[in-house]
Design a protein around this ligand. Structure first.
Ligand SMILES: [Zn+2]
Length: 187
């Protein structure tokens, strides 16, 4: 929970994270027209949801909202939190050098695979005050932001790996979801 500057009271909410395979993860998210209170509320709920799930990034389609909003925080344990909330993030420059990083995703729990992406990127986005900002990111931040922007275009990290490996992960997730549904039905 928090107060904003005008003293309006907001209650944060944890949102349900959609697990793949799910058609809601395959859509193209719509641009945000303006970052207003409603968008800030989504950003705050997403951040809260991401922290509760021990994630370092979350995109709005993962919580069933088809808007171009992402949140990231790649600070390490013991370091001060460093949340960044972005609307309409775009890669405006990418380095030729690439790097491979073991990626995971809150929508593909417990699965990891190396994905190769540009090593550094420059991102343009709207911040929570609706101001245009640019961010130059490297290493894990570059990977994380590119991964989250992919979500806005219906792309998952497994779409970057071999179909053999992708199908194996999706089959396991299907089984995992079926088990969870059965457990929920008998509970
Ligand atoms: Zn993800």
């Amino acid at each position: 929970m928090l107060f904003n500057l005008t003293g309006t009271f907001f209650r944060m909410a944890l949102l349900d994270i959609i697990v793949a395979p799910d058609p809601r993860l395959k859509g193209t998210a719509k641009p945000v027209e303006r970052v207003d209170d409603a968008v800030r509320r989504i950003m705050d709920d997403m951040l809260e949801t991401m922290y509760a799930a021990n994630g370092i990034g979350l995109a709005a389609p993962q919580v069933g909202i088809l808007k171009r909003i992402i949140v990231v925080d790649v600070s390490r344990e013991g370091e001060p939190a460093a949340p960044i909330q972005m609307a309409n993030p775009e890669v405006i420059w990418a380095s030729e050098e690439e790097r491979s990083y073991d990626e995971g995703c809150l929508s593909l729990p417990d699965h990891y695979a190396p994905v190769t992406r540009p090593d550094r990127v420059k991102i343009r986005y709207l911040d929570r005050e609706n101001e245009i900002r640019t961010l130059e990111a490297g290493s894990i931040m570059a990977t994380c932001v590119q991964h989250e922007i992919d979500h806005l275009n219906g792309v998952l990290f497994v779409d970057h790996i071999s179909s053999l490996k992708r199908n194996m992960i999706i089959r396991k997730l299907q089984k995992f979801k079926k088990q969870q549904a059965e457990e929920a039905a008998t509970a």
